[in-house]
Write a protein that binds this ligand. Structure first.
Ligand code: CAA
Length: 379
């Protein structure tokens, strides 16, 4: 068992940390405060070859491993969790479906543009009455010969209104339960498709989360991904990968909050000495560091298994659950360490705290992750 990162991975981490410190740190609070989508980051990340990390160079990607991808997400989330989720959704559930399930024509049309950051991807599964119970989606696609007529509403879609192509899950045969679900690639300018309400959120404010409305939207037949009826399996297998990325986002948030709190404890003096001298603070720092390391090992293990093409559903759910619970827990401790200062906007731990919460909810709540883990243990 080797826990060392390779020379290339260490270089990659250093390069991304520099990018995050120089380009993201100065504006992270601004994007949060103003709810501005940080579009400029997409261009910069594309220049660094970060928009298509785990895809082969032949299709415009960077030819990186899932572990490399995780290292990058972690560094970005450490500074700007908003940018991390935009990138994670674009890559693992926005672009990956086309790479894994797309035909040649679909790959030519979309994949290279997505990998190069010319297009932004999104994943549209959730509906008002189908969140955790994703098999119950109602958005329908009626076969009209050379096209589908799509009707329904999707909610809580990351990159809504910003993405160019949405991997959208629809019912093509309502008599077949989840075997009647299919996946369509729906372009932003599709007739009959519009973006509805963009949500006001607790955190991740620069990332857009919104509603997609389909009213007799005309989607060409050639935009069917895989076969009719394969949609639910496609969604589940993509989420296995997506959840590893969200676990990485979790450890990035935790690391960012911990790093800030640690430095603060050495500067802040009370009772005539730095608060890092107090055991009450030392125990918090020790627990925070331990949980971050444990979460990181789980995330790296899940990434390793996916890289090896070994079963990884259980480990992906463990990584997502523990990584994001760690983000919330560590961010809460960081706020506590900063005391009153931790509660005000001037200090970044307040933002990490708000950003952490949704990571326990999206890409499957942490209760759903426990279900997936239990199912794997008991089968
Ligand atoms: N890979 C491939 N197929 C899978 C799979 C996997 N990991 N997991 C399940 N399946 C298949 C099963 O084989 C089964 O197929 P068959 O019926 O053909 O045998 C089918 O899916 C149903 O499986 P289950 O019986 O296990 O399904 P279930 O209904 O008991 O549980 C669930 C499913 C785990 C609860 C699932 O609905 C789920 O994950 N829900 C959460 C939804 C979710 O994560 N939403 C996130 C939205 S995306 C998002 O948040 C992104 C963002 O913008 C940030």
């Amino acid at each position: 068992m080797n826990f060392d990162l390779t020379e290339e991975q260490l270089l990659l981490k250093r390069m991304v940390r520099e990018f995050a410190e120089n380009e993201l740190a100065p504006k992270a609070a601004y994007w949060d405060e103003t709810g501005t989508f940080p579009r400029e980051n997409l261009k910069k990340m594309a220049e660094l070859d970060l928009m298509g990390m785990p895809f082969p160079e032949t299709v415009g990607g960077a030819g990186m491993s899932v572990l490399d991808y995780v290292l990058v997400l972690e560094e970005i989330a450490r500074v700007c969790p908003t940018t991390a989720v935009i990138l994670a959704v674009h890559t693992s559930v926005g672009t990956m479906p086309i790479y894994l399930f797309g035909n040649q024509q679909q790959k030519e049309k979309y994949l290279t543009k997505l990998c190069r950051g010319e297009y932004l991807g999104a994943f549209a599964l959730t509906e008002p009455t189908a969140g955790s119970d994703a098999t119950k989606i109602k958005c329908s696609a009626e076969d009209k010969g050379d096209h589908y007529l799509v009707n329904g509403t999707k909610i809580f879609i990351t990159n809504a209104g910003e993405a160019d192509v949405y991997c959208t899950f629809v019912v093509t045969d309502k008599t077949k339960s989840h075997h009647g679900i299919s996946c369509l690639l729906i372009e932003k300018n599709t007739p009959g498709f519009k973006v509805g309400k963009i949500e006001k959120k607790m955190g991740l404010n620069g990332s857009k989360t919104g509603e997609l409305i389909f009213e007799n939207a005309i989607v060409p037949k050639e935009n069917l991904l895989g076969q009719e009826g394969e949609g639910f399996k496609i969604a589940m297998s993509l989420l296995d990968g997506g959840r590893i990325g969200i676990g990485a986002q979790g450890i990035g948030i935790a690391q960012g909050a911990y790093d800030y709190a640690l430095a603060y404890t050495k500067e802040r003096k009370q009772f005539g000495q730095p608060i890092s001298n107090f055991q009450a603070i030392q125990f918090k720092l020790a627990d925070m560091a331990t949980r971050i390391d444990a979460a990181r090992l789980l995330v790296y293990q899940a990434a390793y298994l996916r890289d090896q093409k070994l079963p990884h559903s259980k480990q992906a759910s463990m990584a997502k659950m523990y990584g994001t619970d760690t983000a919330m827990w560590v961010a809460t401790e960081a706020v506590q360490i900063l005391g009153g200062y931790g509660y005000i906007r001037e200090y970044p731990v307040e933002r990490y705290f708000r950003d952490a919460k949704i990571t326990q909810i999206y890409e499957g709540t942490n209760q759903i992750q426990r279900l997936v883990i239990a199912k794997n243990i008991l089968k």
